[in-house]
Design a protein around this ligand. Structure first.
Ligand SMILES: Nc1ncnc2c1ncn2[C@@H]1O[C@H](COP(=O)(O)OP(=O)(O)O)[C@@H](O)[C@H]1O
Ligand SMILES: O=P(O)(O)OC[C@H](O)CO
Length: 497
């Protein structure tokens, strides 16, 4: 009987379940979007129960679509939107508040307070991160501070914290297992990435009791089994967990030091494997754990762009300029250039290398001749410019001369964007055959733990390119366009500073 790995990719805007066969090919997929809650400007929240029910739905649906039985699943791998924070009651398993999403800015005051107490360097050195609302630690503190009685309940050991990997493993195992993996732990602002332990000093600054925290484990290991009532009566091993950006690095087979990938989803995240070395950045890159396998961890440098594909969703749902994301490519190609229009999609601030959480979106260079095609094209181009900002930071920090960039995520189907990206970076952009590298990475991690695949070498051999985009832009044109972008960002920041 053919066996598969089931990968659960719990993203910011939708949950997905995918089946992978032994050749690393995606056999089928089921997807469900869920609600985004924007209660206040800059806040983004999810309902953790909707995250769970949409995941459950996708698990059932993908098996039905592919006509595969749960008994054919050799293992389950989980990959997730990172940093998003859930706090729930240990007894009832019920969340005590909405999940605070990675994009949400509601903990800005907590970050400012920690910064004013002179703690930025302590957090940066120990966690590789910055004091920005992006990360989980201040989100946990916010929930404990704002939900009636939560602090007392936490002190009594009645509450549990988890990122989405933890929450899904907890639900899949019927509340039996409370774990996270190294990659997710490294995004919490509470985990020491050098000692590989929750850090007591940081926990005390954040006022978060250690008893709420999950046990930190490898990214590839059997954590537990599905309870039979959740999965067609089958107890299937849950054998892999990894934050989605690190999972994509794994799925792109970037196993060697210096290999990098960029994922174009809701946000855009570029990660470079730095092997066993935790490289610290002078340019606003994050130092993070890539994964842990057999107790050995790999590190990565990361550039985080908060708004990428979600800017295309904004064109669709906010401005209603397009009726679907793929249409953005047609519109962009109807004009020769943006005619000097720049869109800076700083809707929730700016990440690498600016780290400006006050900044908000802006548009520049409009004339009476500006048409929707120019705005759509400028929005797509903003993804490439933001990526160039990150690549420049990496070149400076790691002495990296990028030869090619491996790409993945929903927006890489856009050929205009890929070509413009290659032109802007002046390097080849490689889009792999399996674009779902995030889910594939989680499948690989689970498959390695249950012996479905033998080694990382096997996996590296499965990587295949679908299309390579070669640079085709004069240097002076590139420089002029990028210079315009830098001026647009500067003006955006000046507006809110
Ligand atoms: N053809 C396209 N051109 C540009 N953007 C696209 C295209 N197709 C999808 N997107 C964008 O990609 C994002 C979805 O990518 P995905 O990797 O599924 O994201 P996530 O995992 O963050 O939910 C959406 O924000 C969508 O607007
Ligand atoms: O949901 P995605 O794919 O945009 O990923 C979100 C990131 O993990 C946030 O750090």
């Amino acid at each position: 009987m053919t066996q598969y790995i089931l990968s659960l990719d719990q993203g910011t805007t939708s949950s997905r379940a995918m089946l992978f066969n032994h050749d690393g090919e995606m056999v089928d997929v089921a997807q469900q979007e869920f609600e985004q809650y924007f209660r206040k400007p800059g806040w983004v929240e999810h309902d953790a129960n909707e995250i769970w029910t949409s995941t459950q739905h996708c698990m059932t649906e993908v098996l039905r679509k592919a006509d595969v039985d749960a008994s054919q699943i050799a293992g389950i791998g989980i990959t997730n939107q990172r940093e998003t924070t859930v706090v729930w009651d240990r007894q009832t398993g019920k969340p005590i508040h909405k999940a605070i999403v990675w994009q949400s800015r509601q903990t800005e005051d907590i970050c400012t307070d920690l910064r004013e107490r002179g703690l930025e360097e302590t957090f940066r050195t120990k966690t590789g991160l910055l004091l920005d609302p992006y990360f989980s630690g201040t989100k946990v503190k916010w929930i404990l501070d704002h939900v009636d009685g939560a602090r007392e309940r936490a002190a009594n050991g009645e509450l549990m914290f988890g990122t989405i990997d933890t929450w899904l493993i907890y639900k899949l195992t019927g509340g039996d297992v409370h774990v996270t993996d190294y990659s997710n732990a490294s995004r919490t602002l509470m985990f020491n990435i050098h000692d590989l332990e929750w850090d007591d000093e940081l926990l005390s600054h954040l006022d978060v009791p250690k008893n709420m925290l999950p046990t930190v484990t490898n990214s590839s290991e059997i954590y537990g089994h599905t309870v039979s009532y959740q999965f067609q009566g089958e107890t299937v091993p849950i054998a892999g967990a990894c934050g989605d950006q690190q999972a994509a690095l794994f799925g792109q087979a970037c196993f060697d030091k210096g290999m990098a990938k960029n994922t174009y989803g809701t946000g855009c995240f570029m990660l470079m494997n730095t092997g066993d070395e935790a490289v610290s950045s002078n340019n606003g890159l994050l130092t993070t754990l890539a994964w842990g396998i057999d107790g050995r961890v790999d590190y990565a440098l990361e550039g985080s762009i908060f708004v990428a594909g979600s800017a295309i969703q904004w064109l669709r749902d906010g401005l209603r300029l397009i009726d679907s994301a793929p249409k953005s490519e047609d519109y962009a190609q109807r004009v020769e250039s943006t005619d000097g229009v720049y869109v800076v999609p700083a809707f929730v601030g700016l990440g690498t290398p600016y780290w400006d959480s006050q900044a908000r979106g802006a548009m520049f260079g409009l004339t009476r001749g500006s048409e929707k095609e120019h705005v759509v094209r400028a929005t797509l181009e903003s993804l490439a410019y933001q990526t160039k900002d990150v690549v420049n930071a990496m070149i400076d920090d790691a002495g990296l001369q990028l030869k090619t960039l491996r790409v993945d995520g929903g927006a890489v189907k856009n050929n205009f964007l890929m070509q413009f990206q290659s032109d802007m970076l002046n390097v080849a952009v490689e889009r792999p055959v399996v674009n779902e590298t995030t889910a594939l990475g989680a499948a690989y991690l689970a498959g390695l733990a249950v012996g479905f695949w033998d080694s990382q070498n096997d996996i590296a051999n499965q990587w295949n390119v679908d299309e390579t985009f070669e640079p085709n832009m004069e240097d002076d044109v590139r420089d002029e366009k990028y210079d315009g972008w830098k001026r647009a960002v500067k003006a955006t920041q000046a507006f809110t500073s």
